[in-house]
Write a protein of this length. Structure first.
Length: 426
């Protein structure tokens, strides 16, 4: 494991924690095309809040040398002497829910420009089986002029980062690894095993590792879709869904999933990657896509439930003032990627309501750029016709929500975390 220098391509929610961890044992260059991001990281500031400033500062170095530590750069020349390249870019979907591999293609082109004989390129991005070798490797070959599995090699180790989770950090989550040959698989596994205290699992092929990752989140998506459908059914029957789940949960093998909005960069996206590949090979995936349809409908469902409750209270809908608590895709995390709270907001605005969005975690500029929505980071002092808690940020649990309500207001709790007896729950 001597003379290893690692280039981590993409310093977001996945790349930065991984680069920081490897930098405790190796010389690491963190590369990102976002110059603003690099400048912030060079001062020890991580706006994603995944790596604390003191932890990041402890491994940062000011020059690109062979000593252990992390050097952050947007200069391609700074990664040309690396021998391991780990690509951690996003894998989103487009407006038609089709996989968008553009970030993977672009990052592969970047690495291809500096790739040398004997180098190993490892992908962490969630993909459908075959992307690494069928889509990315040809780009590396074309740009570098090198021959795959003769002059350079590939690996795959799917990310298992859980944004906002300070307990299950990257080193404490078991890592699946794979290589383009048996020997390379062992090298990739050894590299990760040297820093992952939770251990590693060496898969027999890259495609097996890719498939294992994509079904992790697809399985969770389907289970959440089931309880979301239950919530719709039990609501029509005037039965408390959470009371039902609590009772059913007394059986030892009942799976403890809860209804809610399913967004983010994994669960709400990855099933479409698997579905796309399944259709390419001639199979129409019914359960996977059914789960996606149910979960993608929940934003509209929540909005319509709130509107119905307002009508029942004779609240005029057009011009009504509604407060939405939270716009990030999960609690205690600034990540707004693929947040389904936006679906709730857009539906409410479609009825002519005035929606105020309060989220102390979300960056207002990022929300404006991504969704063209205005947010505030301080609790409004006025009252509202309806208040909807969509994200269970710790601040919301500490606030006196009743001060936001008038005598006839609707209070709707998507996450079922409020104790107010007048609260309506999903």
């Amino acid at each position: 494991m001597k003379n290893i220098k690692i280039g981590v391509i993409g310093l977001g929610y996945v790349g930065l924690p991984l680069a920081r961890l490897f930098a405790t044992k190796y010389s690491v260059v963190g590369f990102d095309i976002n110059i603003k991001r690099i400048i912030e990281l060079q001062t020890g500031n991580d706006v994603t809040l995944e790596v604390d400033q003191d932890v990041l500062s402890a491994v940062l170095k000011t020059s690109n040398n062979s000593e252990l530590g992390l050097y952050c750069s947007s200069n391609l020349d700074d990664i040309k002497d690396c021998n391991y390249y780990i690509i951690t870019v996003p894998t989103p979907i487009d407006k038609n829910n089709r996989p968008d591999l553009t970030p993977l293609y672009k990052s592969s082109e970047t690495v291809g420009k500096v790739l040398k004989k004997g180098d190993i390129v490892i992908y962490e991005s969630t993909v459908y089986p075959g992307v690494t070798e069928d889509e990315c490797v040809p780009v590396l070959e074309k740009i570098s002029g090198l021959i795959y599995n003769k002059e350079f090699y590939a690996g795959y180790s799917p990310e298992r980062i859980n944004p906002g989770d300070k307990l299950h950090t990257v080193d404490k989550i078991l890592k699946v690894t794979a290589g383009s040959t048996l020997e390379i698989g062992k090298k990739v596994n050894a590299l990760y095993a040297s820093v992952i205290t939770a251990g590693t699992h060496l898969a027999p092929t890259i495609k097996v590792a890719e498939a294992a990752k994509v079904i992790e989140n697809s399985q969770r998506d389907i289970n959440i879709a089931f309880v979301n459908e239950l919530a719709k059914i039990f609501n029509l029957m005037d039965i408390d869904t959470h009371a039902v789940l609590e009772a059913a949960g007394t059986k030892w093998n009942f799976l403890p999933f809860k209804p809610g909005l399913v967004g983010g960069h994994c669960i709400g996206v990855d099933p479409y990657y698997l579905a796309q590949k399944a259709q390419e090979v001639g199979y129409h995936p019914e359960i996977i896509l059914a789960g996606r349809r149910v979960n993608d409908s929940m934003g509209q469902y929540v909005a319509m439930e709130v509107i119905k409750l307002m009508v029942q209270k004779d609240i005029k809908i057009k011009g009504a003032h509604i407060l939405v608590l939270g716009i990030t895709f999960k609690e205690n995390c600034p990540d707004v990627r693929n947040t389904k709270v936006v679906d709730v907001i857009k539906q409410l605005q479609g009825f002519g309501t005035e929606v105020t969005i309060y989220d102390p975690w979300a960056n207002p500029d990022e929300v404006k750029h991504e969704y063209n929505l205005e947010t505030v980071q301080k609790l409004p002092e006025s009252t509202f016709d309806a208040v909807i808690l969509t994200v269970a940020h710790i601040q919301f649990l500490q606030e006196n929500i009743s001060t936001l309500l008038n005598l006839n207001s609707v209070l709707y709790d998507v996450k079922s975390v409020l104790n107010d007896h007048n609260c309506n729950r999903l």
